[in-house]
Design a protein around this ligand. Structure first.
Ligand code: NAD
Ligand code: UD1
Length: 372
């Protein structure tokens, strides 16, 4: 339905372009209005979800957030609305609640789903593997069944570079060997496999799987960002809490990796760039084949010490650190070959490390205790 209207409008544009008296901007607005989608965003009050909702609203889409608030607060919704100057419908609920999902699909007739909802801590997944399977895999299956029953077959799914396990070489391309080294990684691989099976049994599905590398930073307003529970596990939130005085010093996990300075190398990607990758994936999903899998990273790796230095520059302070042994399960180097996303989605990261550090620092300074 939407595709047909788009074609008509584009033809109309051709006509207008040949007529210099007509207002092209008005026509663009008309085109945008017709390509606007109604989108269910699961996990939309979380870190990546909230930034993506802002970008979706900016792009003119209509959004409903479904989140059980297991790792976020409802306060983020107000902040999204303030940034976007648009209202968002928020439903507190679980993707495992079949009846609720069915009700939502019937009420809203969604065109697409962007599926962020999931648990994401590697350590927690090792301690509670069944909970991770139930929430991330069974929950996703419940969502996909409900989509199918309600004839909604357009999906963007949040996967992770964790599905590459210990990579044989870097940069990592989408065709690299897949393996999981913990129950969290297992759950991402399992959902990717479910999606492949779904698509082969019903080719009408349009599915884009985005494998994120290391999301960092925050919206330029400093109003939304990452708000980890307790002591952060990930590098950037940890450094930021040292900078703001909540933690004493950073422990650098390992300086004996086969990397130039001995510390681990990762591909840090600005969360706003990451959010925009979802808009690109959604707009190409109409034309592309599916499921399509894309690495979402900058293609550039930085070591822990390089990140510390970049953060010190952005925050104009020293980050005290101590060298400690390697963290179990960590790998030496992980960065993306992101050329497929550029070629097929027209997406590439716009922000470099310095901007990531500045934006992360602004969020931390303005919100030393997160959303509280
Ligand atoms: P997040 O925890 O900030 O957001 C996830 C949201 O999902 C939270 O608001 C949580 O309350 C909600 N949620 C969890 N289980 C739910 C359920 N059963 N029903 C409804 N809502 C539920 O995490 P994030 O960093 O924004 O990550 C979003 C997605 O991206 C996750 O699937 C995660 O695995 C994936 N991912 C994240 C990273 C990362 O480093 N942040 C990297 C790769 C992939
Ligand atoms: C971790 C997860 C991975 C997940 C990713 C993004 C593990 C084993 N892996 O990966 O599954 O997809 O986050 O959320 O948890 N570091 C320190 N000190 C710290 C924290 C980190 O030196 O206090 C180092 C790490 O050793 C690593 C780098 O910083 O070299 C990045 O660490 P982190 O932010 O935790 O991300 P990943 O290890 O890539």
């Amino acid at each position: 339905m939407l595709d047909i209207i788009d074609i008509k409008i584009l033809d109309f544009r051709d006509l207008i372009e040949s007529n210099s008296n007509t207002n092209l901007d008005a026509n663009f607005s008309l085109h945008l209005a017709y390509s606007m989608k109604k989108i269910l965003v699961t996990g939309g009050s979380g870190y990546i979800g909230s930034h993506t909702v802002v970008e979706l609203l900016d792009a003119g889409h209509d959004v409903v957030i479904l989140d059980n608030l297991s790792n976020s607060g409802v306060g983020v919704v107000q902040r999204i609305e303030t940034i976007s100057e648009r209202s968002v419908k928020f439903i507190q609920g679980d993707i495992q609640d079949e009846a609720l999902l069915d009700e939502l699909f019937k009420e809203h007739s969604f065109d697409s789903v962007i599926h962020f909802a999931g648990l994401k801590s590697v350590a927690e997944s090792v301690a509670e593997p069944e909970r991770y399977y139930q929430n991330n895999v069974v929950g996703s299956e419940t969502l996909f069944n409900c989509m199918q029953q309600n004839s909604c077959n357009e999906l963007v799914f949040s996967s992770s570079a964790t599905v590459y396990g210990e990579p044989e070489s870097v940069p990592i391309s989408e065709g690299a060997k897949l393996s999981a080294t913990n129950p969290y990684g297992d759950s991402k691989l399992a959902v990717e496999n479910v999606l492949k099976e779904l698509n082969s049994s019903n080719p009408e599905w349009k599915i884009s799987i985005l494998r994120y590398f290391n999301p960092v930073a925050a919206h330029a307003s400093g109003m939304i960002g990452e708000d980890p529970n307790g002591i952060p596990n990930n590098l950037l939130p940890y450094i930021a809490q040292v900078a703001v005085g909540k933690l004493d010093r950073l422990a650098v996990f390992g300086d004996d990796y086969p990397t130039p300075d001995g510390t681990g190398i990762r591909d840090y990607v600005h969360v706003v760039d990451l959010a925009r990758a979802h808009i690109a994936a959604l707009s190409c999903i109409e034309e592309g084949q599916s499921p399509k899998v894309y690495n979402i990273g900058t293609g550039q790796g930085y070591s822990v010490l390089e990140v510390v230095q970049a953060f010190e520059k952005a925050a104009q302070c020293k980050i005290p650190y101590v060298l400690e042994p390697r963290r179990p399960g960590d790998i030496a180097s992980c960065y993306a070959d992101a050329s497929l996303a550029m070629k097929e989605l027209g997406w590439s990261a716009a922000y470099g490390l310095a901007q990531m550090m500045e934006d992360h620092w602004r969020w931390q300074q303005l919100n030393p205790n997160g959303y509280q």
